[in-house]
Every structure is written in structure tokens, then in C-alpha cells.
Design a protein around this ligand. Structure first.
Ligand code: DAT
Ligand code: MG
Length: 138
């Protein structure tokens, strides 16, 4: 089990001014930030990041949303990081997310759900490498 995960604060949350509150909740939950950047993805980059969902009906909507404004990308460290972070963010659909989770607190819909969290140790590494060079992390 690895101790790192990867997250993005999505364009709905950055545009509503929730970035600080979400980072605060992440850090208070015991995660430490090992890399972080404020960046806007092109449609092509968003499409590449979510390539695994290419055949899903919501892919086009997802790519256009994820490239619609700035995001915050970050690598986080904590014991049991992937599973604990998925728990902290809550269900994909905020209507089904538990009370107190980031998606319950800050997300409006299944498509625009405030944050990303890696779903496995392997994907955490792939996703972190997508955004950060060796010089940008510690
Ligand atoms: P998660 O982000 O919880 O890992 P996922 O990997 O299944 O969820 O999907 C990636 C993103 O795609 C998700 O955060 C929001 C969007 N999405 C998923 N299911 C959707 C749906 N039924 N309608 C619209 N967007 C959806
Ligand atoms: Mg996922």
C-alpha cells in the first residue's frame, strides 16, 4: 500500500471560490501536500487525462467541463492515502455522498463534483506523473 494519492480541485470549485476551504479540509484530515499547481487544461489534455472514460456517454461533457477553467492539481501524502482520500471526498454523485465529505460540502452535481481522487496506488502514480516533473515534487 502506497502513502500517496493525486487530487484535482475541479473548475466548478475553483470558480466558486472554494479552493482555500477544500485545501483546508484536506490538510485538516491529515494529508500533506507534496506537489501543487494552479493550471488550466486544454481540451486535449483533459481528454488525455480521462482517456479511460473515452467510451462513456459523459466523456465529452467531462472533457469540456475539466478544460472550462482553472484547476488545482496536487500530490498528497498520508498513510493509506488512496482509500482515506476517497473516503474524505465521498461518492461520485454528491447527492449520495456522506455528510461532511468534500463532495457533500462543495459539489453540485455528478458531473461537476468539486474534486478528483485517484482510485488506486497505480493510478495515483500515473496521474501525479501526468502533471508533475521530478523538480516539482518532494
Ligand atoms: P470518480 O471521480 O468518483 O472517480 P469516475 O471515475 O467514475 O468517478 O468518473 C470520473 C468523473 O466523470 C466523475 O468525477 C464525474 C464524471 N462522471 C462520472 N459519472 C458521470 C455521470 N453518470 N454523468 C456525468 N458525469 C459523470
Ligand atoms: Mg475515478
Amino acid at each position: 500500500m502506497s502513502n500517496r494519492t493525486f487530487t484535482m480541485i475541479k473548475p466548478d470549485a475553483t470558480s466558486k471560490g472554494y479552493t482555500g476551504a477544500i485545501l483546508d479540509q484536506i490538510v485538516k484530515a491529515g494529508f500533506s501536500i507534496k506537489a501543487m499547481k494552479w493550471i488550466r487544461l486544454s481540451e486535449e489534455q483533459a481528454g488525455q487525462f480521462y482517456d479511460i472514460h473515452r467510451e462513456r456517454p459523459f466523456y465529452g461533457e467531462l472533457v469540456s467541463f475539466m478544460s472550462s477553467g482553472p484547476i488545482v492539481a496536487a500530490i498528497l501524502e498520508k498513510e493509506n492515502a488512496v482509500a482515506d482520500f476517497r473516503k474524505l471526498i465521498g461518492a461520485t454523485n454528491p447527492a449520495q455522498a456522506e455528510e461532511g465529505t468534500i463532495r457533500k460540502n462543495f459539489a453540485a452535481s455528478i458531473g461537476e463534483n468539486a474534486v478528483h481522487g485517484s482510485d488506486s496506488d497505480e493510478n495515483a502514480v500515473i496521474e501525479g506523473d501526468f502533471f508533475f516533473s521530478k523538480l516539482e515534487r518532494f
